[in-house]
Structures are given as structure tokens and as C-alpha cells.
Design a protein around this ligand. Structure first.
Ligand code: 2HA
Ligand code: ZN
Length: 270
């Protein structure tokens, strides 16, 4: 086996991507995931040689220069990623001037990183500014959350409160709430900028009528965050058209936050 595939966090990265496909979130070539590698992982597992250089569409933030990431391929299918990682992911190092990706492994047959690379680079930088341990940026199309954005008013506070009220775990897992963007064209610098702005104070940002971006220190954490938002959205979908008889009110939400010593998004609870 190739050395890079023995790296535990790469193994985990591939199995989470596989799991996302099996959940039905990443149809065809939907979704993209990037993960910063730790210095010791780079030293132990990443081949030293640069296979080729790929220009980046934006100049990467100084925080990312010299860093190495695993990132999914444009046009690649999550369904095939675990079985053929050398084709579907690349291990890239950001050049010292931030203008190029130096490919160390993967992207066989002239592949390139995801078309959402703007959002990935900008979100990594935004999260690193508030949390130096953040390693993951994950984009996917969870079915219920996506459906919900067709059915509710696109208001960040209202959506967060509704998701919090569905189950006790919601406010525990995302006390800062969810960021929410209106429908925007994907793959552009604009949506990348807007997502990164939200990422300054949210780890999860919903893209209306498209999907979601999540982040976290580990791939389990980023996936778990999106999974929890998706579960809450599923409960909301199941409730639609029914009379709600019981719900978690503001007092309940405040009690959960106090018990778990969490700070809910300021101004959301009365
Ligand atoms: O990578 O999900 O938003 C395919 C997509 C684009
Ligand atoms: Zn997408």
C-alpha cells in the first residue's frame, strides 16, 4: 500500500467521504472535502517530490502558505473515492507565495482540485483565524436540509431557532447557530467570500437550494456537525403540515446551554 494511505487521518477522510455517498448526500460528483495535514503527517506520509504545479484561482491567505491539504477532485465521484483515491483526491502543498498548488500525490490522469476551491481556501483561512486547530472544510448536499431551504423563510435566526427546537442535541452541537446564504451561483469567488464571512462566527453555513459547508478540527467533528443539522432538518420536514404539540421553548434551550456551559448565539433567545 502507498505510504500516504497508511496515514490514519487520510484513511478516516476516505471512509467519511464513502459514508457521505452512502447517505445519499453526494450524488454524481456532488460535494467536496479538504483537510489540512499536520506537519508530522506530512513528514511521515507525503512523498517529497512535486508531480506538477497547478495555478490557484486566488492567492491563498498567508495562513495557508506552505500548508499541505488533501482535497477532492473536480468532477470526481464520492462513490468511487475510497476505491480509487489516487484518482479522486490530491495531496497539495500551497506554494510559499500562495499562487500555486504543488501536487505531491493523486489527481491521476491530469486531474485538478474541486471547482469550489475558492470557498475551501477562504473558509480554511477564516476558521484558522478564530481556531488554529481547524483542519476540515466540507461541502455536501444533505437531502433534508436542502429540501428545507425550499420550504422556510430564508432567515438565519428563524432557521437556527427552529433547528434548535427540534431536539435537545441541536443547541449542544451548534450553539452559535447556522449561517445561511441565499441562493448564489456556486464555484465563484463571491460565494466563497460570502461563505468565509459567515465562517468567521459559524462552523456551519447553509447554501440555500444547494447544500451546506461545515468545518471542524477533525473529519469526525465536521461530519458530526453537518449530520446533526441534517437530522434536525429531517425532523422539521417530518413536522411540516402537522400541528406541533410539544417543542423546546427558550427556557429549555437556555437550560441546555447553561448545563453544557455553552454560549448560544447572542440575541437569539428571549
Ligand atoms: O463539487 O458540489 O458545489 C460539486 C459541487 C459543487
Ligand atoms: Zn455542491
Amino acid at each position: 500500500m502507498e505510504k500516504i494511505l497508511e496515514c490514519l487521518s487520510i484513511e478516516k477522510y476516505l471512509s467519511i467521504i464513502d459514508n457521505m455517498y452512502r447517505l445519499g448526500w453526494d450524488e454524481r460528483n456532488g460535494g467536496n472535502v479538504s483537510m489540512l495535514l499536520l506537519k508530522e503527517e506530512v513528514e511521515a506520509y507525503v512523498p517529497k517530490a512535486v508531480i506538477r504545479e497547478i495555478p490557484l484561482p486566488i492567492v491563498a491567505d498567508p495562513l495557508l502558505r506552505g500548508k499541505t491539504l488533501a482535497i477532492t477532485r473536480t468532477g470526481g465521484y464520492f462513490r468511487n473515492t475510497k476505491a480509487h483515491p489516487e484518482h479522486n483526491i490530491g495531496i497539495i502543498e500551497i506554494s510559499p507565495d500562495g499562487t500555486k498548488a504543488l501536487l505531491h500525490w493523486g489527481f491521476e490522469d491530469d486531474g485538478c482540485f474541486t471547482s469550489e476551491v475558492y470557498a475551501h481556501l477562504l473558509c480554511h483561512a477564516a476558521r484558522l483565524k478564530v481556531n488554529p486547530n481547524n483542519r476540515i472544510v466540507m461541502h455536501t448536499h444533505p437531502t433534508n436540509l436542502l429540501a428545507l431551504t425550499h420550504l422556510v423563510k430564508l432567515d438565519e435566526k428563524e432557521l437556527t431557532l427552529a433547528l434548535w427546537r427540534t431536539m435537545t442535541e441541536s443547541i449542544v452541537v451548534f450553539p452559535e447557530g447556522v449561517g445561511l446564504l441565499p441562493w448564489m451561483l456556486c464555484g465563484t469567488n463571491e460565494i466563497g467570500q460570502a461563505t468565509a464571512e459567515k465562517m468567521a462566527d459559524h462552523r456551519v453555513v447553509v447554501w440555500s437550494l444547494h447544500g451546506v459547508y461545515g468545518s471542524g478540527d477533525t473529519i469526525d467533528e465536521a461530519f458530526g456537525l453537518i449530520e446533526t443539522v441534517e437530522k434536525a432538518a429531517e425532523i422539521m420536514i417530518k413536522e411540516l403540515g402537522h400541528e406541533i404539540i410539544n417543542d423546546i421553548d427558550d427556557e429549555g434551550l437556555k437550560a441546555i446551554a447553561a448545563h453544557f456551559k455553552l454560549t448560544p448565539h447572542p440575541g437569539y433567545l428571549k
